[in-house]
Design a binder for this molecule. Structure first.
Ligand code: SAH
Length: 344
C-alpha cells in the first residue's frame, strides 16, 4: 500500500496512469478532494467511478497521523498536537492563531541529532527522518481537526529540516502546487540551525521560501556551548551562506536569537550581532527563552528592551517575538518528552 501523501502532482499522475490506467484528469479530482475539500476517504470522492475508488482503496492509503494528545492554550488558542505515526513514533505540531492568519508549525524528524542545549527535542535523541507523507499529513490533520484552511507554514517543529532535505523540499512542492495545497512559497518558512551547503542548495532551488536561521550567539565560543553543530559550521560560514541565499533569492533572511539571562543578553552581544549583519538585509526575532531542559532563564524585561533598543538604533529590523501558548509549553519537543517519560 502506498501513502498517497508521499506523491507530488506529477508523480501521482504518472503512478496512477502507468499502474492502473487511470485518466490524467482524475489526479486533479483526487487532489482537489484531499487538499482543497479535506476529504480523506476514497469512498467519499463522489465524482470518481466506483471502479477507480476500488483501485484506490486496494492500493493506496491517505495516511494522516493519529492525534494522541491535544492541548489548547486558554490564553490565545494555540493548539499543540502530539501525533502518533504508523510505526508508533511520536511527533509534535502546533497551530498558532494570529488575527489575519493561521500558522502550522510542523516537524521534519522524529527527535533531532543536533542536541542544542536549550531544546527539548534533542534530549530524547534522533530516531529517523519523516517521510514526505508524514510531513504533509501533519498540516492536513490539523486542518481536518479544526476544519480550517491554514495559510502559513513554518518548518520549526521537531528536527532539523535541512538534514531531511529531499523530503522537506518534496513536501514544499506539494504544499506549493496550485493543484494541491496551493500555499505560496512566500508563506512557507524553513528554520535551520545553519548548515551552509544546504542553505546554498536551497538558494539554488530558486523558490520564494523564507529562510530563518537559529543563531542564538555572537561568538563561536559562545555558540559552541549551546549548539554543538557550531563546531562543524561556525558562525562565519553560516552567515556567508545566508549572504548567498539573500543574493540569489533577493530575500532577506530572518535570524532567531534566543535571549538567555546572563549568557547572550548584554549590550555588547547586541553590538556584535549588529556587526555580524553588516551589509545584510535581515530581520531579527528575539525570543526570551522558553522553559527548557537545561534550566537557562529568561532575561528581565529591562535587558530584553535594552537589547532590542541597541539593534533598532543601529538600523536592524528586530522584534521580540510574542510568546504564544505559554500555558501549554508550546516550545517544541516538550509534550513528546513528557509522554516518553510517562511510558518508560
Ligand atoms: N532545527 C531547526 C528547527 C527546529 S527548532 C532550527 O534549529 O531552527 C525551532 C526553533 O525553536 C529554533 O529557533 C530553536 O532554536 C527554537 N527553540 C528550541 N528550544 C527553545 C526554547 N527552549 N526556547 C525558545 N526557543 C527554542
Amino acid at each position: 500500500m502506498k501513502n498517497i501523501l508521499d506523491f507530488d502532482y506529477e508523480g501521482l499522475q504518472k503512478y496512477l496512469t502507468e499502474n492502473y490506467q487511470i485518466e490524467k484528469y482524475r489526479t486533479d479530482q483526487i487532489c482537489d478532494w484531499i487538499y482543497k475539500k479535506r476529504i480523506f476517504n476514497f469512498d467519499n470522492m463522489t465524482n470518481l467511478s466506483k471502479e477507480i475508488r476500488k483501485i484506490l482503496n486496494e492500493n493506496m492509503l491517505i495516511l494522516l497521523p493519529n492525534i494522541v494528545q491535544k492541548q489548547i492554550s486558554k490564553i490565545d488558542g494555540t493548539t499543540k498536537y502530539l501525533f502518533e505515526l504508523p510505526d508508533g513514533n511520536l511527533i509534535e505540531s502546533v497551530l498558532i492563531y494570529y488575527p489575519s492568519r493561521t500558522i502550522a508549525c510542523i516537524s521534519t524528524q522524529v527527535g533531532c541529532p543536533l542536541k542544542c542545549a536549550f531544546c527539548s527535542t534533542g534530549k530524547s535523541g534522533f530516531v529517523r527522518n519523516l517521510s514526505v507523507g508524514e510531513i504533509v499529513g501533519q498540516l492536513l490533520a490539523i486542518e481536518k481537526d479544526n476544519n480550517i484552511d491554514i495559510n502559513n507554514l513554518v518548518y520549526m517543529g521537531m528536527g532539523e529540516p535541512l538534514l531531511n532535505f529531499e523530503n522537506v523540499i518534496q513536501s514544499v512542492n506539494i504544499f506549493n502546487d496550485p493543484k494541491m495545497k496551493k500555499l505560496g512559497a512566500r508563506h512557507i518558512t524553513i528554520s535551520t540551525a545553519g548548515i551552509p551547503h544546504k542553505i546554498e542548495e536551497l538558494a539554488n532551488l530558486n523558490k520564494e521560501i523564507r529562510l530563518s536561521v537559529s543563531l542564538h550567539a555572537t561568538t563561536n565560543s559562545q555558540r559552541d556551548k549551546i549548539m554543538p553543530i557550531n563546531h562543524a559550521y561556525p558562525i562565519e560560514e553560516v552567515i556567508q551562506s545566508c549572504r548567498i541565499y539573500q543574493h540569489k533569492t533577493n530575500k532577506r533572511v530572518t535570524f532567531e536569537y534566543i535571549l538567555i539571562k546572563g549568557f547572550n543578553d548584554s549590550p555588547e552581544d547586541a553590538l556584535r550581532l549588529v556587526d555580524i549583519f553588516k551589509d545584510m538585509k535581515v530581520m531579527v526575532n528575539l525570543i526570551p527563552i522558553n522553559a527548557n531542559p537545561s534550566g537557562f532563564e529568561k532575561p528581565s524585561k529591562r535587558f530584553i528592551d535594552q537589547f532590542l533598543d541597541v539593534l533598532l538604533k543601529k538600523g536592524i529590523d528586530a522584534v521580540v517575538r510574542a510568546e504564544k501558548g505559554s500555558d501549554i509549553s508550546a516550545a517544541c519537543g516538550q509534550l513528546r518528552l513528557r509522554k516518553l517519560k510517562d511510558i518508560s
